[in-house]
Design a protein around this ligand. Structure first.
Ligand SMILES: O=C1O[C@H](COP(=O)(O)O)[C@@H](O)[C@H](O)[C@H]1O
Length: 237
């Protein structure tokens, strides 16, 4: 990590193991949500799926917050049933929406429909109940530089990245992935008030170094769109 040069204004929290880093992220997110709830009727939190967030979810779910005023949404979902091990919704329900956090309101990106493309208008309706811009956004990243389901090899990527578009969600069919995906679009994600990138593993650090080497080529590595002042980076081996 010592030879990784981060852009000015990106604040890094690096630890030697996953649990304390996840705990620090949970502390910070709980503080941001709590502050927001002191001046607003509700607060919104968008989280990522995959394997990295599990200890963060468990740490956050225990926080003493007015969870019944918190709205939670995933940044992306695989188009699978909720009982499928690949379901991000299942991951959130099993690990985050537990204990005190079970009081939060969860907005599911997985709605009935054969494909994400067929369900987009239904999902947009669901999202009408959520407060935008998002207050808190926790992103992950794949070793191909995707974040949320903004995959470099998805034909729909240019549309999902386009600024000025009014769609909050996009259907994605990345060539590299076994499932179709649905994702919050780049403009929706980029407008969040607080954004953290939560990474685990040396491979993710190498990916981050590659992303930082050519920051403007966003379509090649969509995570580049978030490597900006204000970003909080949480990493552990
Ligand atoms: O497919 C996905 O991958 C990324 C990274 O996942 P991880 O298992 O390497 O932590 C994740 O951020 C995204 O939400 C997920 O759908």
């Amino acid at each position: 990590m010592s030879d990784l040069t981060l852009p000015d204004g990106v604040i890094a929290h690096l630890g030697s193991s996953a649990e304390p880093v996840a705990q620090s992220l949970a502390d910070e997110v709980a503080n941001v949500l709590s502050e927001r709830l002191s001046s607003a009727p509700r607060a919104s939190l968008a989280v990522s799926g995959g394997s990295t967030p599990v200890p963060f979810f468990r740490a956050l779910s225990d926080k003493n917050l007015d969870w019944c005023r918190v709205d939670i949404v995933l940044v992306d979902e695989r188009w699978v049933d909720e009982n499928d091990p690949a379901s991000n919704t299942r991951l959130v329900k099993d690990n985050l929406l537990q204990g005190p956090c079970a009081q939060a309101r969860f907005f599911s990106l997985k709605q009935p429909g054969e494909s994400p493309a067929a369900a987009l208008s239904e999902v947009e309706k669901v999202l009408d109940g959520l407060w935008f811009p998002l207050d808190v956004l926790i992103l992950g990243m794949g070793t191909d530089g995707h974040t949320a389901s903004l995959f470099p090899d998805a034909p729909e990527l240019p549309e999902a990245l386009a600024l000025g578009g009014s769609a909050r969600v996009a259907a994605m069919t990345p060539i590299s992935q076994p499932q179709q995906r649905i994702t919050l679009t780049f403009p929706v994600l980029a407008a969040a008030g607080y954004t953290a990138l939560h990474l685990r593993g040396d491979d993710k650090l190498e990916t981050l170094a590659r992303a930082l080497a050519h920051p403007n080529q966003i379509e090649a590595m969509p995570v580049r769109g978030f490597l900006k002042p204000g970003l909080r980076l949480f990493w552990s081996p």
